[in-house]
Design a protein around this ligand. Structure first.
Ligand code: SF4
Length: 381
């Protein structure tokens, strides 16, 4: 048996947010019903031979809570069966404060969901509007009350910093409002300007002005300090949890543990190979219906690439690369494999190294992407 994290991608949203480059569309016609039929078929096929043991379930998107109740019930019926058979330690669903109704919340809870991840993003109306979000701050509060009332054990709130027009003061307000609602997990993401998104076009035409780099860094460091003061431990670049609140599904990913994705655009990683499903709901449902393979971009990594990827993922975590564990996982000594990158970034104070660990420093955390890039291409052995 192979332990896996199971990811289910729900590619529908009521409206596309201007900054988003995830695969999601606004549905029409019979697309949602066809999609659910296809996902259920794929799920049953993936688990049919009994080789996989589902350790965690994560339903993300898109906006899973936007599915009509009947479709959500059908999807959850299938996942409840997985839950009862495999006894995963975590069953997470992403929800949007505007679309999580009490009926849907009960449906999720009855299926075994024990963790809700709520896309709060900001507690400031103007910032939510800039992000094209459909909810208002009071919807977040109502959503959290609903999550509590329905009895979910774990709650994450997503927040975004670096929103055009955001100040350190409004960021503080969002952080404090989130903490006050009592989640056991907070995820803070810096806004990025992805190619070909409406937000990037608005930036390029001067309609929005990005926050400057210095303020962006100050906001990130403020999140680290503010959440630490409130009892949250940072365990990944953008993820903070109270004791027992860490997201087990994402931990598996950062530890390079196997994962299976179902649904259009969902990624999988198993036996050193990775692939994703075709990035089109229509094509995905057509292929499933015809009994054809949905996997594209299949890539089997050689041992050196696997080591580079494992290092990159581990560096995202605040306990960094544990050298002994890394050797056991990849067969390589990280001090030898990444000698140049380590030397360069220790010299500039972005990394610190002790006998068993290679870790980003506080100065290195805001510049993590640049540091991590240098670990993707090992220079040794
Ligand atoms: S709700 Fe999330 S997935 Fe949907 S468009 Fe907005 S950012 Fe993208």
């Amino acid at each position: 048996m192979i332990d896996v994290g199971l990811y289910v991608h729900v590619p529908f949203c009521p409206r596309k947010c201007g900054y988003c480059d995830f695969y999601s569309i606004t549905p029409g016609g019979s697309l949602v019903a066809d999609y659910v039929d296809a996902v259920v078929t794929e799920l049953e096929a993936v688990l049919a031979d009994g080789r996989l043991c589902v350790e965690t379930i994560f339903v993300g998107g898109g906006t899973p809570s936007f599915l009509p109740e009947s479709s959500l019930a059908r999807l959850m019926g299938c996942l409840a069966q997985v839950y009862r058979t495999h006894h995963p330690s975590e069953f997470s669903v992403e929800a949007n404060p505007a679309s999580l109704t009490s009926e849907k919340a009960v449906l999720l809870r009855q299926a075994g969901v024990n963790r809700i991840s709520l896309g709060a993003q900001s507690f400031v109306c103007a910032e939510l509007e800039t992000l094209d979000r459909l909810h208002r701050p009071e919807d977040i509060v109502a959503g959290v009350e609903l999550v509590r009332r329905t009895g979910f054990e774990h709650l994450n709130l997503d927040l975004i910093f670096g929103i055009p027009g955001q100040t350190l003061d409004t960021w503080n307000r969002s952080l404090n409002a989130a903490i006050e609602l009592g989640p056991d997990h907070v995820a803070c993401y810096g806004l990025t300007y992805e190619p070909d998104t409406p937000l990037t076009r608005r930036r390029d035409s001067g309609q929005v002005v990005p926050v400057d780099e210095e303020l962006d860094t100050a906001m990130y460091l403020r999140a680290i300090d503010c959440l630490a003061e409130a009892g949250f431990q940072q365990y990944e670049i953008g993820n903070f949890a109270r004791p027992e609140g860490q997201c087990r599904h994402n931990l598996r990913y950062w530890r390079s543990q196997p994962g299976i994705g179902v649904g259009p655009a969902a990624a999988s990683y198993l036996n050193g190979c990775r692939w994703r499903n075709i990035v089109s709901v229509e094509e995905y449902t057509a292929r499933i219906r015809a009994g054809q393979d949905t996997a594209v971009e299949i890539e089997c990594l050689d041992p050196l690439d696997r080591a580079g990827e494992a290092a990159m993922l581990r560096l995202r975590m605040t306990d960094g690369i544990r050298c002994e564990e890394f050797r056991a996982l990849t067969g390589y000594d990280p001090h030898v494999l990444f000698a140049d990158a380590i030397q360069n970034h220790v010299r500039t104070g972005l990394l610190t190294v002790d006998h068993d660990r290679i870790v980003l420093t506080r100065k290195g955390l805001p510049l993590a992407d640049a540091v991590i890039r240098d670990f993707l291409k090992p220079t040794g052995p």
